[in-house]
Design a protein around this ligand. Structure first.
Ligand SMILES: [Fe+2]
Ligand SMILES: [Fe+2]
Length: 673
């Protein structure tokens, strides 16, 4: 609306041609009059040319510049004296198009009004174009920012389900969609590809999700997009044009009292342009009072009544076709990355398990040990997470930290592959073969002495020169021989007993020396005439073991398995979240009092919590395992007593042992396994 506003004071200085067409008012009444102006029919601005006396300018300008629903675009024509101008700053001159010092004649008035109105319209046009360009630029910028943010968000989400949720959330946000679904292409054993309905979300409706599979063909909307790779922007799924190759299945709408009207369906293409899924967005929502979609509509406008669907649902803006294609491309890459990472993880874990199984199958005595230790470790980590106080209360195992511990546990005894199996199986002081040989040599000695005795007998019966018979008593000779043979038998028996790994107070070395001196005194020789070595140096070393069945060298070799494990496991290029695996495995035989190996580290701080957990469950499994051929399983209560004793003696972490027992980790692991 065009308004010519003239104050009463200014009106006295103007020859107004049509006073009825102008708004002539005292300056004080202008504010009320302006406020009461009706809104323009096309909601455009009012253009105002205001004729004012210079001393009323401030008052009238304040009235025109106050905020209002329909904007005013105005210019002033001031009438006053030359001295009035000196009071204006450059800012104040902005809205003044004319300044007159004398009376304004009729023709002049018409010219001023027409010229000023034309300037106002030009100005409005320029501002409108500028604003439209600005809005477009802002839109493009917002879309670009959305894409960048979506790329960032999608690349950092590692959980497959959360990733699908995020893809749908972001797609809905940028398009203002009320609902959406994601379908993923999958392949069955025969190589037939299907489309699996994987994830769906509808604002303000809690609709239970049930996965289902559909054929990939042109009959359904999602199938059509998956086959052709085309983007479908459907203004109204209920009014598909005749001849449309696909059809809309309205069963979901009927079941859930919903109306799927507008749809935007885009294919998800991976880096080699393969379609790996489809994003289907439903019902773009727009607030009738706003020009654009801000993104809040997706989560603020609820579609409840049929009227809501008519009021708020609009067709998806064409600009979303390409924008959603870009989003779907990023989503496809993120899904593929997750799949590949998961595949690599699974392959690697299966490889580790297969290797451990192969190694453990060398010795039935340890079969399954590493798997049980891994399960027990997992349960211990979860139990630590439940502890709220004490020093364990400060620990929390994330899911990847639990996986790290499990992998370390699976591999903890891997280094045993480098060690002679016979040493692991050695349950007596002598290896079975050495023991058999030793016994045979005793038997040989026995027989030698027996033959010796017989020879002496023959010698006695043979008449001497001149027919003299030996005077040696037969009975004496027999008892001497028997005493000798019994002595050998007794020594053999003692040595057989010494082969047992029992702990004795006697010094085995001293005992052996005495026995061997007796044998040596017999002066027995082998067939080559060399002194007969019944007990070899190696047998002697082994029979002198004071505790257990292993000599020093063998014990050191067995202990070296942790270093072999460390060296082997360190060569694997673990991802950062598994970087502690070598260290955890290396320390599973360290003891808190420094009596462990390989480095005899003392104190809680010197080893990681994970290693201290593994130390406990490793001992538990070694004692309680029931499948060892040469060793019976220790009953549960005794096993727990041994763990408690080790904790009391400062060998094992007492808090962890207490947790192991109180949380009944051994039962949990059986249930979980
Ligand atoms: Fe070990
Ligand atoms: Fe072990």
């Amino acid at each position: 609306m065009d308004i010519v506003l003239i104050t009463e004071k200014a009106a006295g200085l103007i020859d107004i041609p049509e006073p009825g067409a102008c708004m002539v008012l005292p300056a004080e009444e202008i504010e009320a009059k302006i406020k009461a102006l009706p809104a323009g029919a096309d909601s455009g601005p009012h253009f105002v040319v205001a004729f004012t006396h210079a001393d009323e300018f401030s008052l009238v300008r304040n009235c025109l510049s106050s905020p209002r629903e329909t904007p005013l675009i105005y210019q002033f024509v001031l009438i006053g004296t030359a001295s009035d101008l000196s009071g204006f700053s450059s800012d104040g001159l902005q809205n003044i198009s004319e300044f007159r010092t004398g009376r304004i004649e009729r023709a002049d008035f018409r010219f001023i009004v027409a010229k000023t109105m034309s300037v106002l319209r030009e100005y409005f046009k320029a501002v409108t174009i500028r604003n439209e360009h600005l809005a477009m630029l802002m839109d493009v910028r917002r879309d670009q920012e959305s894409l960048i943010n979506i790329g960032k968000a999608l690349s950092s989400e590692k959980d497959p389900d959360s990733l699908l949720w995020l893809i749908l959330f972001l797609s809905k946000k940028i398009t203002g969609a009320d609902a959406g679904s994601i379908y993923l292409v999958e392949e069955d054993e025969r190589g037939t590809k299907r489309l699996r309905f994987k994830f769906s979300d509808t604002f303000a409706r809690d609709i239970p999700l049930e996965e289902f599979v559909i054929d990939i063909d042109r009959g359904s909307i999602a199938g059509y997009v998956a086959v052709t790779g085309q983007v479908l922007n459907i203004p109204d799924a209920y009014s598909l044009p005749v001849g449309t190759p696909y059809s809309f299945n309205s069963s979901f709408d009927r079941q859930n009292d919903y109306e799927s009207r507008s749809m935007l369906v885009v294919p998800m293409r991976n880096h080699v342009d393969e379609i790996i899924g489809v994003i289907q967005l439903i019902n773009s929502k727009k607030n009738p009072s706003s020009k654009t979609i801000s993104g809040n509509e997706a989560f603020e406008i609820a579609l409840k009544s049929p009227d809501d669907f008519r009021r708020y649902v609009v067709a998806f803006d064409a600009k979303y076709d390409s924008l959603m294609q870009a989003v779907a491309g990023q989503a496809a890459v993120a899904i593929e990355n997750n799949r590949l990472i998961e595949q690599i993880r699974r392959q690697f874990e299966e490889f580790v398990k297969a290797s451990v199984t192969a190694i453990e199958s060398r010795d039935p005595a340890t079969s399954g040990h590493s798997f049980r230790v891994a399960r027990l470790c997992r349960e211990m980590a979860l139990a630590v997470n439940e502890v709220k106080d004490g020093y364990l209360g400060g620990y929390n195992f994330t899911e990847s930290a639990v996986r790290e511990l499990e992998l370390a546990a699976l591999l903890h005894d891997f280094g045993k592959v480098y060690i002679d199996l016979a040493i692991f199986r050695k349950s007596k002081k002598l290896f079975p073969k050495d023991f058999e040989n030793l016994k045979l040599r005793f038997d040989f000695l026995y027989r030698c002495l027996e033959i010796d005795g017989l020879n002496r007998e023959i010698e006695r019966l043979r008449p001497g020169p001149g027919g003299n018979v030996k005077t040696e008593s037969f009975a004496e000779m027999l008892s001497e021989r028997d005493a000798l043979l019994n002595g050998i038998r007794a020594i053999k028996e003692k040595i057989v007993n010494m082969n047992e790994p029992a702990v004795t107070d006697d010094d085995p070395e001293e005992l052996l020396s005495a026995m061997l001196a007796d044998i040596e005194a017999l002066g027995c020789r082998d067939i080559e005439g060399n002194a007969l070595e019944v007990v070899s140096d190696r047998d002697r070393t082994n029979l002198s073991i004071r505790k257990g069945s292993l000599n020093e060298d063998e014990r050191r070799e067995i202990e070296s398995h942790v270093v072999h494990t460390y060296n082997f496991v360190s060569r694997i290029p673990w991802p950062p979240e598994f970087r502690n695996i070598p260290e955890i495995a290396l320390r599973h035989h360290e003891k808190l009092d420094g009596s462990g190996y390989p480095d005899g580290l003392a104190g809680r701080e010197s080893t990681m919590l994970q290693s201290r957990i593994m130390a406990i469950v490793d001992i538990y499994d070694a004692l309680s395992a029931t499948d060892r051929p040469y060793k019976k399983a220790v009953p549960l209560h005794e096993t727990l007593e041994i763990l408690k004793k080790d904790a009391d003696e400062g060998k094992l972490d007492p808090d962890l042992v207490a947790l192991f027992i109180s949380a009944r980790i051994y039962e949990r692991a059986v249930r979980a396994g």
